[in-house]
Design a protein around this ligand. Structure first.
Ligand code: ARG
Ligand code: ZN
Length: 477
């Protein structure tokens, strides 16, 4: 989804009014869309030449076999004259592809490319529809970027749960798999009768037929692919509305129903959804809530959770600051997304800073004290990881994109900036950042430029030291 929406409407209106006729030009040149978006850490994620408007993910999943059968319908707009274009899809068997209602040839290239050749070239700015039918067992990914735990479409005791950040959305549906192309989503999932599906946004329909239950969820704000979910299993569901009137749905795995976190999470979620709006500006989405799983993951020094849009996924019941962290991401990461995967400090730094700000506002330690403590005595890093002060957090390398220092030094950088430019300026910067990039994406450079604009200060040296250089910065009290 790009800024082209109103421009497209204007063009369509002009055509209807006969103000201009689309050129019939035999010499129009069509070229293939690029197989990547140019992300420094994931050159094959995302694709060039088009912009997705809407995903309709139709899947049927059987926990007994782990088999997923999918039909994805993508409505997109060409951003160049396209002779062919790519979608990202990791493994899985592709059975057929249609473009604008016609079956078309396709090829699998690279590790996760589905190369599609429409019958005729697609004109720049034209809208087109792609339908991909596929099936298989979604493969989970792993390694340091997923805290050395499997991530993606994860089999659970009674179904599946989905944690796709950063690159696993395309393990379960064909996508333009990059936060620079956000879109609306309809998530329609069929499961064996008696199981439930919890997706993003609102449940718009459900029905039972032939021993199966189908759930249709809709997210009506732009969403990055990695934030899409449809957790499958047995859940205790509660619905309410927050004090400020945001509809809320919480789904708790019955295996953890008596746990303290699962009891308190809905209340913390309501409170954070409403209260963070006082600090940052209106909650950006139309629903809130949580998905609380009971996955047996080994103890971690980072809570394993993902800020799935409108309804964070907690792999195990969270503590209060875990909820504040994931709800904070609804502003930082979900409404304003990062334009490159090297910018994770912007998401995680703000989410951690929000945790400390929350404690400060609730009569605990001030954020300044909390970060000064981490500054004086950072936690030890797990073996094989760079040390706490060894990263330039705005260029951490792909394997370290979720290093502890992305979180903690990220939050500390924001607190040091708050300390330097003052509370009022820092909150104004934060709110302006969220307002100017709402539902879009932005980079570290955009943040630095805005910080200088709002504060009227030359902050180049500050950002060079805190974001772009390894080593422990000096921090004057
Ligand atoms: N953004 C998540 C959080 O801090 C971290 C997700 C890391 N990725 C993963 N595959 N586990 O809440
Ligand atoms: Zn986070």
């Amino acid at each position: 989804m790009g800024l082209a929406r109103s421009a497209r409407i204007a063009v369509a209106a002009a055509v209807t009014l006969g103000l201009c006729t689309p050129a019939v030009n035999a010499d129009v040149r069509y070229e293939p869309g690029a197989p990547g978006l140019g992300d420094p850490y994931f050159p094959d994620l995302g694709n060039g030449g088009y912009d997705v408007d809407h995903y309709h993910l139709k899947t049927a999943y059987d926990p007994a076999t782990d088999q997923l059968i999918g039909e994805t319908t993508i409505r997109a707009t060409a951003t160049q004259n396209l002779s062919r274009f790519n979608l990202d899809l990791y493994k899985m068997n592709v059975r057929s592809v249609q473009v604008n209602g016609h079956r078309v040839p396709f090829a699998r290239t690279g590790e996760r490319e589905l190369e599609i050749t429409p019958r005729r070239g697609l004109r720049n700015r034209s809208r087109f529809t792609v339908v991909v039918r596929y099936d298989g067992i979604p493969e989970t990914l792993g390694g340091p970027i997923g805290f050395d735990l499997p991530y993606g479409f994860l089999h659970t005791g009674d179904g599946a749960t989905i944690v796709s950040e950063p690159n696993a959305a395309s393990t379960w549906f064909p996508a333009n798999d990059h936060p620079r192309d956000k879109a609306f989503f309809t998530i329609e999932t069929t499961v064996p009768q008696g199981l439930q599906v919890i997706g993003n946004g609102r449940l718009v329909k459900r029905w039972r037929a032939g021993g199966k239950d189908t759930f249709v969820w809709r997210e009506d704000h732009p969403m990055a692919t990695y934030l899409a979910t449809g957790s499958i299993g047995r859940f205790n569901i509660s619905t309410t509305i927050t004090g400020k009137g945001i509809p809320q749905l919480d789904a708790v795995d019955p295996g953890v129903a008596s746990d303290r976190g699962s009891v308190s999470t809905p209340a913390w979620t309501a409170q954070a959804t409403d209260e963070l709006a006082n600090y940052f500006g209106p909650y950006p989405f139309t629903t809130t809530g949580s998905i609380i799983e009971n996955n047996n993951v080994p103890p971690l020094n980072v809570p394993n959770a993902l800020e799935t849009q409108t309804r964070p996924t907690y792999e195990t019941p969270p503590v209060e600051k875990g909820v504040v962290h994931e709800i904070s991401h609804q502003w930082f990461g979900n409404s304003v997304s990062i334009g490159r995967w090297s910018d994770t400090w912007l998401n995680e730094g703000y989410a951690v800073w929000t945790e400390k700000y929350w404690a400060e506002k609730h009569g605990g330690q001030s954020a300044q004290e909390a970060f000064q403590q981490i500054y004086a005595d950072p936690p030890p890093m797990p073996p094989g990881r760079p040390g706490f002060w060894d990263l330039a957090i705005a260029a951490p390398s792909r394997d370290q994109m979720f290093h502890r220092s992305i979180y903690l030094r990220g939050g500390m950088t924001l607190q040091a900036l708050r300390h330097r430019i003052g509370d009022e300026q820092f909150l104004r910067l934060t709110r302006t950042w969220l307002a100017e990039h709402q539902y879009g994406d932005a980079t570290t450079e955009d943040y630095e430029a805005l910080a200088e604009r709002i504060s009227g200060q030359d902050l180049r040296e500050f950002f060079r030291v805190w974001l772009h250089s390894p080593g422990k910065p000096t921090w004057d009290r």
